[in-house]
Design a protein around this ligand. Sequence first.
Ligand SMILES: *Cc1c(COP(=O)(O)O)cnc(C)c1O
Length: 369
Amino acid sequence: MAKPVICATIDFAQISKNAEAIIAATNKPLMAVVKADGYGHGLIPTAQAALRGGATWLGVAFTDEALTLRKSGITAPILAWLTPPTDDFAKALESGIDLSLSALDQLDAIMAASSLTGIKPRVHLKVDTGMSRGGALEEFPLLVSAIGELLNEQRIDLVATWSHLACADEPEHPLNANQLKRFHSALDYLESEGIDPGIRHFANSGGVLHLPELHFDMVRAGLLLYGYLPGGIATERISVQPAMELSAQVALVKRVPAGSTIGYGATAELSVDRFIGLIPLGYADGIPRQLLGEITCTIAGRRYPLIGRVSMDQVTVDLGSETEVRAGDEAIIFGAGSSATADDWAKAAGTISYEILSRIGSRVPRVAR
Ligand SMILES: *Cc1c(COP(=O)(O)O)cnc(C)c1O
């Protein structure tokens, strides 16, 4: 089958290997984080690849993502952690989805759904240890006592107690130690109330790499699974490789005379005749329009700089004063067939590889390698 004109080629075997590497490095069970369409790699096949690599849990933001995984036949435990009290918890319970718990109103809604369905909820109590995002903070003692009552009545399963790190990619940041301390206080508080915290999980990819004291009973890794390191920081501890290659077929090659301007806003002007190549990927496909640094794409092993603005559907590259590049040749934006990575693109766009990967647009077909 011919490769699509624009294509994200995904090496799912590499995702399995990356999962294996995370498990080997931590010696802990792995919750593979596959939210946001598996960071752009495709929700279901990514989850399957992670499970093949030994992951035993899946983590997503929304119950809808979890339901999609269930519908695909995946039976592994799945945690959804972005669940407002208005969410459809009945549906989530019926599909055996674990729910993160941060607040009393959310607990009420989950228990209402439990009464409706007759299903005992499985919850992961989330502690806000200093990120001030999800998790219980001032409500924590009240929430614990409500959980305590429900546990006594055997109306709920407290599967886990967990939290999330704000600065895991900066191992020296003082907040890490502070968050750990607050997590321990929360665990001590549960113990003083006679409540078993269940599985304790805290570490994301940065924590996996840099903070072994935060690994507890399970790690939750996303970025590493896709072969990237948070902050792009190299490490000896773990060896993972990128799983995605983003490519497109060159749509047009032509000579453009000196004095011409290129693209919207006429931001680039040619001082000499140049060959220009048209690459049919644009900001709708996740190519950042705001580029601060120079960026290249690779054609037949050679790197060519982007010239002019990124359009919605296309970018232009400077092929030089002579070129052997022809329309139909494959241009690689980043990944296996190129020396450029999503980190290079992130750096040029003033962002992080997470954003580059997860914003690859829905128009780009994901094709298994
Ligand atoms: C996204 C996310 C993760 C995974 O983070 P990585 O840095 O990609 O490993 C883990 N836990 C929570 C709560 C998340 O939202």
